[in-house]
Design a protein around this ligand. Structure first.
Ligand code: FES
Ligand code: FES
Length: 174
């Protein structure tokens, strides 16, 4: 058996330490070692987006990263979105727009959307559709999800930023 290593990460502002074998996925480390089970695991090979979290400011699929690679990183997960028992504005919009049913995909959807709205320069409807295609939902359909994310982008960047191209011109991380 391979020796475990001590890994320390900042999760939603909290400094947490756990142990992981070098082959342990970051998603499993968060869930099984740190007991932060809000991050879901679906496909385990980078396709579904359910495990999406934000590491050092960028969205990452935590099933495609080893825990040892995250040692020292700052991580945001679904558990950190609400503050003082109050849902994050994007969570409220998901509820208002009926953007979830079973909720399995929702943690990854929300973290993908947070990254898209805050880190992208293109918030046209088309760009939001393309950006959100990084996360798969098996039961809701995407209309409510896209509506919720577009309204959140309007709240953050203003109405003018969320108009224009319906087809999308690709993501601009510039
Ligand atoms: S579980 Fe990571 S992308 Fe599906
Ligand atoms: S709400 Fe069920 S998979 Fe998306």
């Amino acid at each position: 058996m391979t020796a475990k290593r001590s890994i320390t990460v900042i999760v939603n502002g909290e400094c947490l330490t756990g142990e992981a074998e070098p082959r342990m996925l970051l998603a499993d480390f968060l869930r099984d070692e740190l007991r932060r089970t809000g991050t879901h695991v679906g496909c385990e090979h980078g396709v579904c987006g359910a495990c999406t979290i934000i590491i050092d400011g960028d969205a990452v699929r935590s099933c495609l990263m080893f825990a040892v690679q995250a040692d020292g990183a700052e991580i945001s997960t679904i558990e950190g979105l609400a503050t003082n028992g109050e849902m994050h504005p994007l969570q409220k919009l998901f509820s208002e727009h009926h953007a979830l049913q079973c909720g399995f995909c929702t943690p990854g959807m929300l973290m993908t959307a947070i990254d898209l709205v805050h880190n992208s320069n293109d918030h046209s409807p088309g760009a939001i559709r393309i950006g959100m295609s990084a996360a798969l939902c098996r039961c809701t359909g995407y209309v409510g999800i896209i509506d919720a994310v577009m309204e959140y982008a309007r709240q953050v960047h203003g109405d003018a930023a969320v108009t224009g191209d319906e087809t999308g011109g690709g993501r601009n991380d510039g």
